[in-house]
Design a protein. Sequence first.
Length: 446
Amino acid sequence: MLLRFGVANHRSIRDYQELFLTASKRIKREGISIPVPMLQQEAVPVVAIYGPNASGKSNLMDALDEIGRAIVRSHQASGATDPIPRSPFLLDTKAVKEPTRFDCTFTVPETTDEKQKSSHDAAVYEYGFEFNSREFTREWLFRTTRKERLSTQTLFERQTIDGQTSIDFGSRLRGENKTIANLTRPNSLFLSAAAQNNHPQLGPLHAYFASRWKTILNGGPMLVPMVAESLSDYAHLEQLLPLVRQADLGISEIKVEEEEAEESQVDFMRDIVGVFSKHANESGEDFSPKESLLDLMRRRKKLSFIHATSGEFPHSFEYGMQSKGTQTLISFLIPALEALAQGSLLVIDELDTSLHPNLTRAFVSLFGKAETNPSGAQLIFTTHDVTLLSSGLLSQDEVWISEKDNEGASHFTPLTDFKLRSRDDIERAYRNGRFGGVPASDEFIG
């Protein structure tokens, strides 16, 4: 689970900012918390981020996406001379030259046996890196253990200066460390290279980001092929259908069937693939799609939603004929149920897009109740839905406020930094600007 995330010099976030997911010990909680025995603390299952438009909420979500992308893809998906994608703070000439930084504190179970995994045997790690467009200048990994008292072990620390990489390894990191270090390019992370070379200790950490760190940044519904592919042999369809029915969308069943594409459509796709292949070969790139790709196109998935009617027989509608709110809810529920089953992290930008406030509350409640979240899944989301603040679903330590200062830099403040009584009307206080994080004006003057 995620306990903390830090970011600096990314888009509108110039100065180092931290988002904490540890539960406050001085407030009365509204919902569940997740035990972290190693630290004798608890983590929150939900974090909601409020703030006006262009205050940096989406940039924080993007940073959560970028750290995962870099870890999973930097060694495998980039070439030796490829630049590292980055978006520094552009309103300060000094910041443009400074590195970008991502880091986090998280837990990973010590055992790989799914039946034995629990928060009680989870190790606590701190991992982070700094980079410019050419190289990862710093990278570090620490592990926290407890015997008689807490202690922190250095697993590795990496520095890269002008293309020359050096890595210092701690005695507790066992494996082909030096061999993998020699394979680590300046523009790739050691953690990424280690996973690609089957490092026994670092592989599970890489897997955490690869399979248990899901971000949704577009704030809207998935495309038809993605939904159809996701629901094909979907392990949680029995949980999805009752939720869709409870949402009163008129849907009684969801069907995914294989549909044979017309040969003319396959021929058209074959021509497109041929054009890309020719272009790639001319530029010296390797692009040789196999016939299996075209076979996959032939057996495309058809998605149907069955609606009850006043007549004797129900009626079937395609995904595209559903309302945008219906599409959005289904698009969010698919990864949410996977996260709840696995105890994963789900990050959603603009959760309330196209959703009725009642459905937004219902969605958030899935993560805040023990019966629906037994594995300790976590949800981080941005929203403008102020009704959540008075819904009883969010504790004070699960609400953060984003604002920009006079220099255009974003800052994030937890609600626990404000002096509040438990009887305070938090929604009214936020609407009145007591915490900041609201637009400066609520009226346009012509």
